[in-house]
Design a protein around this ligand. Structure first.
Ligand code: PGA
Length: 269
């Protein structure tokens, strides 16, 4: 496939989201959050952090107290309203503590917790119906990349979302997509800027064909997989890359701040 490029669009601001996974207790979380340098009053990009569930409430209070514009996301939730689901939390419970964003479909949830496209679709549907914003992750394995089926794989992961989710949720920008090739997550191997751009362009083209041109231009598509301070800039410079979902490097304040700085430099407004 020829490397495509969508028209530069000034509506999409950069987003940097830190996925802390199962790392950092309360005191380490507080220490890290206090070192993140981000002043939304000066900058138009967004900074989101997704700490472990047990830290969300406390961090929310701290961010409010400091008038911080850093936003909180949950790494997971379960779609029923309430009931006998040991170990799970609902969308309403997240909203009650001021968490308005949730990550859905991360490859670690798919692999270790056997969440398939059907479950993930139900999660997306429920989260959006409750008014949560979602960061929906998709991406191919190394075997699929080698077999050159990566585009088909990503399309299949997006099909239900594009076809069955009420268009109003796309139109209101409640859906952020995150392309995370499984072979790049936590491995130190990053997709090249060309590989990232090719996939992001492909996704935007799918959105355009399935949902419409205007929406496709407004939807943010993040790249994730071994983003670090040394490669963030060249990836964020790609015209269809709207920021990053950062794992390991989001646990270190200076790396995360440098990645935020790369987003600032490449922000389109
Ligand atoms: P990584 O993780 O940056 O450590 O590769 C990214 C992710 O899993 O979201």
């Amino acid at each position: 496939m020829k490397l495509g490029m969508s028209k530069q669009n000034n509506m999409r601001n950069k987003i940097v989201a830190g996925n802390w996974k199962m790392n950092l207790g309360i005191s380490d979380s507080i220490e890290l959050v206090q070192k993140i340098i981000f002043d939304k009053h000066k900058d138009s990009q967004r900074v989101i952090i997704a700490p472990p569930l047990t830290n969300l409430y406390r961090l929310g209070q701290l961010l409010d107290l400091n008038n911080s514009k850093i936003e909180l996301a949950a790494q997971n939730f379960y779609f029923p309203k309430a009931g006998p689901f040991t170990g799970e939390v609902s969308a309403e419970m997240l909203l009650e503590i001021g968490v308005n964003i949730v990550i859905i479909g991360h490859s670690e949830r798919r692999t270790y917790f056997f969440e398939d496209d059907q479950v993930l679709f139900r999660k997306a549907q429920s989260a959006l119906a409750h008014g949560l914003e979602i960061i929906y992750c998709i991406g191919e394995t190394l075997a699929e990349r080698k077999a050159e089926t990566h585009l088909d794989k990503v399309k299949s992961q997006l099909d239900d979302l594009m076809i069955k989710i009420d268009k109003k949720h796309w139109a209101s920008n409640s859906i952020i997509l995150a392309y995370e090739p499984v072979w790049a997550i936590g491995t130190g191997v990053t997709a090249s800027k060309q590989q990232a751009q090719e996939m992001h362009y492909f996704i935007r083209k799918l959105l355009k064909e399935t949902i419409g041109s205007k929406i496709s231009q407004n939807i943010s598509i993040l790249y994730g997989g071994s983003i670090k301070s040394s490669n963030a800039l060249e990836i964020f410079e790609q015209p269809d890359v709207d920021g990053g979902l950062v794992g390991g490097a989001s646990l270190d304040a200076s790396s995360f701040n440098s990645i935020i700085e790369s987003a600032r430099k490449t922000d389109k407004r």
